[in-house]
Design a protein around this ligand. Structure first.
Ligand code: NAD
Length: 288
């Protein structure tokens, strides 16, 4: 099992939720951590907390969908920490509502933050990882990359793309003979508080994908399963694996019926999200 002591890590969206819980674990493991996040107040609070834990922490205000800012901060990370060993693309953005009722800008913005941002950050660090033949890129996808969620069309699209990107890049580096570079996609089910507060399935759906109690459950998966055990896929809760197997075996017309049978059709009916944050309403504006 890989020791993480001394590793230099970038965590996007590290000021709240899964990102912050992951940063706490990384600091405890003895890693240097750079956080990129666009919530100033939470970023400052996270930096303070992690520094008080004894962490070597570098916090930067960043919209990960801003290519120039990512380029600028990649240089800052090399200066602050030296080589970047691990990149965790965790920042995420969601708007809910049926696709045809939403401004198309909402869909585009979700692709920008959830997918294009990964092109920017990975393009910064993968070439130097290739040269060293070492490094690990962890991309946070979702359970909805396995079972599509009506009311979250663009988000679902973006998270399928995150999985696809992770999968194909792994094959590209293997094809190039760079066995030292690892890729993991992380697929969390819905966490009861925060970004997906109010997301719900019916009783049958909750059996197949039990809600996750807190963000640290996913952070533990990222650190223990992705980074230490180098797993390709981290799926939490494990029951979501069943959905993967079913998707591979069952014809699509049956799959669609199962999706509605487990309550996916009304999964965002009571959705509230993280109130007061950019991803908590279904409107188009992106400011807090
Ligand atoms: P969260 O709201 O708790 O944290 C998200 C963080 O990302 C926040 O700190 C926010 O400021 C930051 N962020 C958002 N847009 C950004 C941008 N453009 N640039 C930089 N930072 C940005 O959410 P979370 O639950 O911790 O989600 C983390 C990841 O997990 C996301 O990719 C999300 O899509 C995914 N995910 C979450 C759940 C869930 O139930 N919460 C389920 C599946 C997948």
């Amino acid at each position: 099992m890989e020791q993480l002591q001394g590793k230099k890590v970038i965590v996007t969206g590290g000021a709240l939720g899964i990102g912050l819980a992951t940063c706490r674990r990384l600091v405890r493991e003895g890693c240097d951590v750079t956080i990129w996040d666009l919530s100033k107040k939470e970023l400052d609070a996270a930096e303070k907390e992690l520094t008080a834990m004894g962490g070597n922490v570098f916090a930067y205000l960043c919209d990960v969908s801003d290519k120039d800012r990512v380029h600028e901060l990649a240089a800052a990370a090399r200066k602050d920490m030296g080589q970047v060993d691990i990149l965790i693309n965790n920042a995420g953005f969601v708007r809910h509502g049926m696709f045809w009722e939403q401004p198309v800008e909402n869909a585009v913005k979700q692709m920008d933050v959830n997918v294009n941002a990964l092109f920017y950050s990975i393009h910064e660090f993968l070439p130097e990882m290739m040269e060293r033949n070492s490094g690990h890129i962890v991309n946070v996808s979702s359970g909805v990359a396995i079972s599509s969620a009506p009311g979250l069309a663009a988000y679902t699209t973006s998270k399928w793309a995150v999985w696809g990107l992770t999968d194909v890049l792994r094959l590209e580096v293997m094809t190039a003979g760079k066995k030292g570079i690892k890729f993991t996609s992380v697929h969390p089910g819905n966490i009861v508080t925060g970004m997906f507060e109010g997301f719900s399935l019916n009783v049958l759906g909750r059996l197949l994908a039990p809600p996750v109690k807190d963000h640290d459950v996913i952070a533990k998966g990222i650190v223990e399963k992705a980074l230490k055990k180098k797993r390709h896929l981290v799926v939490i809760p494990w029951q979501i694996y069943i959905g993967m197997i079913v998707r591979g075996l069952v014809p699509n017309f049956i799959l669609a019926r199962i999706a509605l049978l487990i309550g996916l059709g009304s999964c965002v009916k009571n959705y509230t999200g993280r109130k007061g944050y950019i991803h908590s309403t279904s409107e188009a504006e992106t400011e807090k």
